[in-house]
Design a protein around this ligand. Sequence first.
Ligand code: C5P
Length: 239
Amino acid sequence: SRLFRIAIDGPAASGKSTTAKLLAKKLGFGYIDSGAMYRAVTLKCLEKGVQVTDTQRVEEIVHHTNIRFPSLGHVELDGHDVSTAIRTSRIVQNINPIASNPGVRATLADQQRSLARAQDPAWPGFTMASTQEKIGGVVMDGRDIGTVILPDAELKVYIVADARVRAQRRFDELKRKNALAQGETVEAIAQDLESRDKADRTRKASPLKKAEDAVELDTSHKTIDEQVEAIEKMVYDRL
Ligand code: C5P
C-alpha cells in the first residue's frame, strides 16, 4: 500500500478546512486540522489564566497537552471535546503569540508529523481500480504544512480567494451557526481576516507562504464541490 499525503495551506477563511474535510471523507483519508491545535493550546492558556505572551509557561503547557482528533471534525483537548469552544473570536484574538512561539511550533510539528504517519482503522483509504493498489493517507491543512511540516508531501495545494469573498463566506457561516456577534458586519470580519493574515505572513516562525511546488487554487468563484473535485483530480493525476 502507498502513503499519499495532501498538504493544504492558505489564508484564513479561504475554504481550506471545509474542502480538506470533504476530500478526506471521499478518499477515506485522515483529516488533521493543524489550526485546531493552535486554537486548543490558546484555549488551554486562557482557561488556566496563563498569559499567551509568557513564552516559557506556554511552552511548558504545550508539553503537557494532549490533542486528539477522535472523528472527522472533532477535536479533543486533554480528553474533553473542544470542537466548538475553539471557534470563538476570543481564541483568534489571542492566538498570534501562541502561533509565533517557536517552542510551541516545534512541539506541535512533532505531533503533526506523527499523526500524518499514524495508521488508523478509521482511515481505510481507497483501492485504485486499475492496479488494485491500496492508497492510504492524510489531508492536513494549515499555514506551514507544505513548507515546514510535510515538505515532501505527495501533493501540496495553496488555496486563495478574494478578501471580500472570504469575509462574506465567514459572515454567512457565523450567521448559519447563530454565532454572529451583535452588530458584526462583513467589513469588520474582512478587517479581522486581514490582520490575522498579515500576522501569519510576517511572523518569523514558519510564516504563511506558498511552497514552491504547491499548486495554487483560487476558490473565489468555485463551489465547495468544485474545490473538492479539483483537488481529487490532482490526486489521481499523481498516482
Ligand atoms: O486554520 P485556522 O484559521 O483555524 O488557524 C488559526 C490560526 O492558527 C491561524 O491564524 C494561525 O495563526 C495559526 N496556525 C498556524 N499554523 C498552522 C495552522 C494555524 O500558525 N499550521
